[in-house]
Design a protein around this ligand. Structure first.
Ligand SMILES: [Zn+2]
Length: 344
């Protein structure tokens, strides 16, 4: 890894975008991460988002959808997703942050980070929903494939507690982008069954791992060992994008998954090591959900600290393990469903 501080893509607009008072997807989420960085003196270099054009957005989104997000005005796009005259500009900054981080991890072969708001993984080619308008990770993946000759195969691994239906839909028939999602089964948006494995040329290149409520360290750990890491290795990507949602955490108010902070960090460490050792350092962590702001900051901040090798003086607050043994039946069920596509 190159020496020096780790790049963190941030813009003040990430703290301005608001869904209204009391909404869980609040500016406080990014503020708390920034406080954690400061309090623990993490060696990060703040980077500005790169410019995104409407033409760029068309790599992922339909023109009617782009027009709608630009021109919607003031009101609810769905019951959870508010729109104002500023929303389109904020979305461009969010997408530009993730694109900047992805470009830099490819150029410098080192882990990079982005903490955009609004998030993106529920936005599909032709729809916005669930606090998301444009799909930041999907756009960065497509842009990287377009701009960089030796980036052909991309993995997007999504460890948000909600299924990233937008990312899933965008790449469902695309064999060049492997989408892997761990999520809680039975909550919003209701999609992401393990039998949904992709279609056409993309068959097998979607891997869904829906877990029962309560699943935590044990279940995640065995599914990473037995499915996620071997599948990424076998796919042999040129770029790894981690859609890092903090809402699989045991403290999260919107879900019942129960990862402890150390359990989360085992996952992000495994992905970072895989990225550094086997994908030439081309690994980018980009923020999705996560609604207990301190648990989110602890998870995201300590993942950044792994890349900087910083000691974090603050003690870990949430280290109680609730799911020691793991849901081995569920992991086996998922494994059996996708076994014909992968050597697992
Ligand atoms: Zn989520």
């Amino acid at each position: 890894m190159p020496p020096g501080p780790v790049p963190l893509y941030y813009h003040q607009d990430y703290e301005r975008h608001s869904q209204g008072a009391g909404h869980p997807e609040s500016p406080e989420r990014v503020k708390e991460i920034m406080r954690f960085v400061k309090e623990n003196s993490l060696s990060v270099e703040l980077k500005q988002p790169v410019e995104i054009t409407q033409n760029d957005l068309q790599l992922v989104h339909s023109i009617p959808h782009i027009d709608r997000v630009r021109d919607f005005g003031v009101g609810y796009m769905d019951p959870d997703t508010f729109h104002t005259d500023e929303t389109f500009g904020y979305c461009m900054k969010a997408a530009g942050g993730v694109l900047g981080a992805v470009r830099q991890c490819i150029d410098e072969k080192r882990p990079t980070f982005a903490i955009p708001r609004p998030p993106g993984h529920h936005a599909g080619s032709n729809y916005s929903m669930g606090f998301c308008y444009f799909n930041n990770a999907a756009l960065a993946a497509r842009m990287a494939q377009k701009e960089v000759e030796d980036v052909e195969k991309v993995v997007i691994i999504d460890i948000d507690a909600h299924h990233g239906n937008g990312t899933h839909d965008i790449f469902y028939d695309d064999p060049s982008v492997l989408y892997i999602s761990t999520h809680e089964w039975g909550i919003f948006p209701g999609t992401g069954h393990q039998s949904d494995v992709g279609s056409g040329k993309g068959i097998g290149k979607t891997v869904n791992l829906p877990f029962s409520g309560g699943s935590g360290d044990g279940t995640f750990s065995s599914s990473f060992d037995e499915i996620v890491i071997p599948v990424i290795r076998e796919f042999d990507p040129d770029l790894l994008i981690v859609s890092l949602g903090g809402d699989s955490h045991l403290m999260d108010p919107l879900t019942t998954l129960s990862l402890s902070t150390p359990g989360y960090l085992d996952l992000t460490r495994a992905l970072m090591e895989l990225g550094e050792k086997e994908i030439g350092g081309k690994v980018c962590f980009e923020l999705e959900g996560g609604y207990h702001t301190y648990a989110l900051a602890e998870t995201f901040g300590r993942t950044m600290a792994m890349a900087t090798n910083d000691d974090v003086p603050t003690e870990i607050r949430f280290n109680k393990i609730r799911d020691v043994d793991g849901d081995t039946d569920r992991v086996k069920e998922i494994k059996d469903t996708i076994a014909s596509y992968w050597k697992i």
